[in-house]
Design a protein around this ligand. Structure first.
Ligand code: AMP
Ligand code: MG
Length: 326
């Protein structure tokens, strides 16, 4: 009924990547495993995978047409917002320092600015020059010199991104300022896909795009069951049972490199210029929309437990689960 083969490959890869944390810590971590069970024996759930936005996107629904709707919409957002797509609005902005922006691009950049303000700079999409410098864009990982970090930090700061809403234009304060929406765009893309599913009358669907999940409606009348798997042994850390909610997990294990036994993760603290090291192994945020969950999980990962929970308290409807890095 369900095709699990690709899922297993992805999970094994995630497990392999997580090994370094597993060796260091002794509690439950990350690896979200989607548990799709069909309450009604006769009802078929279609489950399909595709690589989009640099990650596996999985769709499970009893509606056969759901996956195509989701993939089409996420591909559209990728073409609009990805810094890896040369013709995207974000790539053109990064290259030229200004772009005629669609209302969607203005909306997401506006949201990004708001999360930057709320997190006091821990979440900042102008972190791109630092992401590049550490080699996380071209996957040529390297330890930069202090002087290079100082130089790159000059371009970081959301005030360097100017939104001229009345003209539908975005400007960057100088060439060298760059935008990376990696911490917010997948959550937004999932929200857009859910919007398209609703328009098409699809009532039940689970979307998992890397660390971003959305549970639309129910699974044969029951909430969707998301298992949080322990990477210690084979146990599960627990389940989330969700209906019409988004989940986002941020963790250093997703992408990292090691130099002299020190781990450097892809989530950078824009305030220091170094990979975040706030003592958190992973953060899972449940919210009513994917964009909020996505931005918050990254921000909390950078801020650490105490300040992260203070930020989360500003969003009464969200739930946060933090796995410490001990
Ligand atoms: P996520 O997996 O949602 O936590 O997003 C991580 C990705 O967002 C990284 O791979 C970078 O592309 C980008 N990023 C890294 N650090 C930050 C930060 N402090 N604020 C915003 N985006 C970031
Ligand atoms: Mg994020």
């Amino acid at each position: 009924m369900l095709k699990y083969q690709k899922t297993e490959v992805r999970e094994q890869t995630a497990e392999k990547k997580a090994t370094w944390y597993c060796q260091l810590i002794s509690f439950f971590v990350f690896c979200l495993l989607i548990s799709v069970t069909c309450g009604c024996q006769n009802r078929q759930v279609y489950k399909v995978n595709r690589v989009l936005m640099g990650t596996f996107v999985e769709v499970a629904s009893s509606d056969k047409g759901a996956a195509d709707i989701v993939f089409k919409e996420i591909a559209r957002i990728e073409r609009l917002l990805s810094k890896y797509v040369p013709e995207s609005e974000i790539s053109r902005l990064n290259k030229n320092g200004a772009v005629n922006a669609s209302p969607e691009t203005l909306y997401i950049l506006d949201k990004a600015k708001e999360f930057c303000r709320l997190s006091e700079g821990a979440f900042d999409v102008t972190v791109a020059p630092l992401v590049d410098l550490w080699g996380f864009t071209d996957k040529q990982y390297r330890l930069p010199q202090e002087a290079q970090i100082l130089q790159a930090r000059k371009f970081v700061g959301s005030e360097n991104m100017i939104l001229l809403r009345e003209n539908n234009v975005v400007k960057l304060r100088s060439l060298g300022v760059k935008i990376d929406l990696g911490a917010i765009a997948k959550g937004y893309a999932v929200d857009c896909a859910v919007g398209k599913l609703r328009e098409a009358g699809v009532k039940n669907c689970l979307i998992a795009a890397g660390g971003q999940i959305y549970c639309l409606g129910s699974n044969s009348g029951k909430p969707w069951k998301i298992a949080i798997r322990s990477c210690q042994g084979k146990g599960l850390a627990g389940y989330l049972k969700l209906k019409d909610q988004a989940v986002s997990t941020s963790g250093g294990y997703e992408q990292y490199f090691v130099v002299k036994d020190k781990y450097y993760s892809h989530i950078i603290d824009p305030r220091t210029g170094y990979p975040a090291s706030s003592g958190i192994a992973s953060v899972t945020v449940v919210a009513s929309d994917g964009l909020t969950a996505d931005a918050l999980s990254t921000a909390i990962y950078v801020l650490g437990k105490e300040k992260g929970m203070l930020l989360a308290a500003k969003f009464p409807a969200v739930e946060v689960k933090i796995m410490d890095n001990q």
